[in-house]
Design a protein around this ligand. Structure first.
Ligand code: ATR
Length: 285
């Protein structure tokens, strides 16, 4: 039996089995003595509307939304924040007096992690984003508020890169190209960000950037965090470039969501320890 005083936060996705969000948030709730519980719900695509209705009817305090529902959930929410209008995807829901409000903390979480871990000053930097999916949209939106020298988006599907660029309004040059043109763009970039799933477990031998395109003086960032050091990051380090892995984005998007639900800014070092332990436990399985 769940005590009525306990506030429930849900994770809506498919699959949700491997998510580290329940462990990350429940460890924080326990540490802070908060009467919350984070539960993962596997929701099939055809059941999304009913799941959102149920979430509201059962008065859940909030939720995270993950693949494949981040875009499709928007019509079922009562309101969305300004960043969601541009990004077109929701990863966090807050129940405000019975109204479900959608937010996206992925882009801000990425930027917080990038700056905290690398101390990069983005002013006048040439940035290259690989990919044009949901994560790329969130990151491009957030970097769009900075004073970059230029932003280039490379994607396999050029129409998706075009759609991403059309939605952004930025004060610096914005280029798009097909991923096959990476040879002309990668060597010129100060910051290269992989937002695709290329290199993720189990395909850890894959990379979109040939090692000879990377050189010292560049920062190479990968949002993949399993493995923590992707082939892209390993080769970038071998080429003398600085690297930034994806774990910080995951932790910071969670910290920002946690703050929206509870009003408390959590300890991200503790969150990192919890997630690292959860990842290590999986390795031992
Ligand atoms: P997410 O929400 O995590 O960003 P997504 O919206 O499915 O996931 O986007 C995945 C991105 O990875 C897309 O940009 C996809 O390219 P396409 O838009 O051309 O499909 C990119 N991607 C996935 N596998 C890829 C591969 N093998 N080579 C190049 N790009 C790939």
């Amino acid at each position: 039996m769940i005590n009525n005083d306990i506030k429930i936060i849900g994770l809506i996705g498919n699959p949700v089995k491997h998510s580290k969000s329940p462990q990350m948030h429940n460890a924080l709730f326990a540490k802070l003595g908060l009467k919350y519980e984070y539960l993962a719900f596997n929701v099939a695509a055809g059941e999304l509307e009913r799941a959102v209705t149920g979430l509201k009817a059962m008065n859940l305090a909030g939720a995270n939304v993950t693949v494949p529902h981040k875009v499709d959930i928007i019509p079922y929410l009562d309101a969305i924040s300004q960043e969601v209008v541009v990004i077109g995807a929701v990863n966090t829901i807050v129940n405000k007096d019975g109204r479900l409000i959608g937010y996206n903390t992925d882009g801000a979480g990425y930027l917080q992690s990038l700056v905290a871990e690398t101390e990069i000053d983005l002013t006048d930097k040439r940035v290259l984003i690989l990919g044009a999916g949901g994560a790329a949209r969130a990151i491009a939106y957030t970097l769009g508020q900075e004073e970059l020298a230029e932003l280039t988006i490379l994607n396999r599907d050029l129409d998706k890169a075009q759609a991403l660029a059309n939605n952004l309004s930025v004060n610096f040059p914005l280029n798009i190209a097909i991923i096959d043109e990476i040879n002309s763009y990668a060597p010129e970039a100060d910051l290269i960000i992989n937002t695709t799933t290329v290199g993720m477990t189990p395909h850890t031998d894959q990379t979109l950037v040939a090692r000879e395109l990377i050189h010292a003086g560049q920062l190479v960032s990968d949002i993949v965090y399993n493995p923590q050091e992707t082939r892209l990051l390993r080769e970038a380090a071998e080429q003398g470039a600085r690297t930034h892995g994806g774990l910080g984005m995951f932790i910071n998007q969670g910290a920002l969501a946690f703050a929206k639900w509870t009003g408390i800014e959590p300890d991200t070092d503790f969150m990192r320890e919890t997630v690292l332990a959860a990842l290590a436990a999986v390795d031992d399985e």
